[in-house]
Ligand binder design. Structure first.
Ligand code: ZN
Ligand code: ZN
Ligand code: ZN
Length: 353
């Protein structure tokens, strides 16, 4: 993600900040012009008098500390484009559920940011029942049946308990996963949604999909059962990014898509900070990188991947020094490269249309 600056004093701030630590102004994110606005504290509505804009206010979820996006005061829903996607949120009178939902919202807002950067359509399902996207954030305690994280025709369900880090880590170990995060869930599930719209309806794109990922007409229920019974096949590392990707072509796609979003975000951040990896002691040119390009404006997937390898090696090394898990604990093999290159092309095509 890029670096934002306070609209008043230009101090660097995080995407989620609601107050500038330097000048004390309140902050609100304008998704329309992708910048952080500085707001006079204590008001409920602001007139920023730039280019005849109408008055603006915070998205309603600001009161729950779940959103810092700004909307026109006249907006009929009272919610920003990211919060408009919510169909169900947990019981906010329960402090634990509120905290978990805030974590989910942080990840979801970062997802929406990336979808905008990729130029992908973000439509809410309530307004566009057939082509839109919606989220159900459900807690096990509030549901009649087990809450399964997943996607179904634009509706993404996420189990709120995933936002509990103890619970998530226990699941990660139980599922033999190298990585399990909220942002990872969002990136994966939204991949299923875009498959329905960017791959399925286009015969040529679908044909290439089957060549790279396999035939998605294979029975999903059977594949799921077999995966949980037998696990990933031996040697899966040669063709897949994760064990879960081996389950069914749809899951391979969603995993690859999620990794595409991981890599783009990492590289945009590296670019924003002007990061250079250039170890002086090694003659190994593979270890040199200057993140001198914005990946969202870079169509050459090979260039993106070339920059990611030394970058992740360097950051993994920093993390190991602090006793933290690797930032990016994956190896990108040739088969995954080809799949990522395909995802890149599918998105570029969607952007051009
Ligand atoms: Zn400031
Ligand atoms: Zn919002
Ligand atoms: Zn999936």
């Amino acid at each position: 993600m890029k670096i934002y600056h306070c609209g008043h004093c230009h101090y660097p701030v995080y995407f989620e900040n609601v107050v500038c630590n330097n000048c004390g102004n309140w902050l609100g994110y304008s998704s329309e012009d992708d910048r952080m606005l500085a707001l006079t504290p204590g008001q409920t509505e602001w007139n920023l008098s730039t280019g005849g804009q109408s008055p603006i206010k915070y998205c309603n979820n600001h009161q729950h500390e779940a959103c810092n996006w700004m909307i026109p005061s006249s907006d009929p829903t009272g919610l920003c484009d990211a919060c408009d996607l919510n169909r169900t949120v947990p019981n906010l009178s329960d402090p634990e559920k509120l905290r978990e939902w805030q974590e989910l919202e942080q990840a979801k807002h970062r997802l929406v940011y990336a979808l905008y950067r990729l130029g992908l359509p973000v439509r809410d399902k309530m307004t566009h029942p057939n082509r839109g996207l919606a989220f159900d954030f459900l807690a096990t305690e509030d549901a009649d049946e087990p809450v399964m994280t997943g996607h179904d025709e634009g509706l993404i369900t996420l189990n709120v308990n995933e936002a509990d880090s103890v619970n998530r880590e226990a699941t990660r170990i139980q599922m033999h996963e190298k990585y399990r995060t909220l942002i990872g869930h969002f990136r994966h599930e939204v991949g299923h949604y875009y498959w329905d719209h960017l791959v399925a309806p286009k015969p040529q794109v679908l044909e290439e999909f089957r060549r790279l990922f396999g035939d998605e007409r294979a029975d999903y229920g059977e594949a799921l059962e077999q995966h949980y019974k037998d696990g990933a096949p031996n040697g899966w590392e040669r063709n897949y990014i994760s064990e879960y990707a081996t389950m069914h072509p749809w899951e391979d796609w969603a995993e690859t898509w999620a990794h595409y979003l991981h890599l783009m975000d990492m590289l945009e951040t590296a670019y924003a900070f002007g990061m250079t990896v250039n170890p002086p002691t090694t003659p190994d040119v593979i270890m040199r990188v200057e993140a001198d390009f914005n990946p969202y404006q870079q169509r050459d997937m090979e260039k993106i991947l070339k920059a990611c390898v030394p970058l992740t090696f360097a950051i993994n090394s920093l993390n190991r020094g602090m006793g933290r898990p690797d930032l990016y604990p994956f190896v990108i093999n040739d088969s995954v490269r080809a799949k990522l290159e395909y995802v890149n092309r599918v998105i570029a095509e969607a952007r051009n249309n």
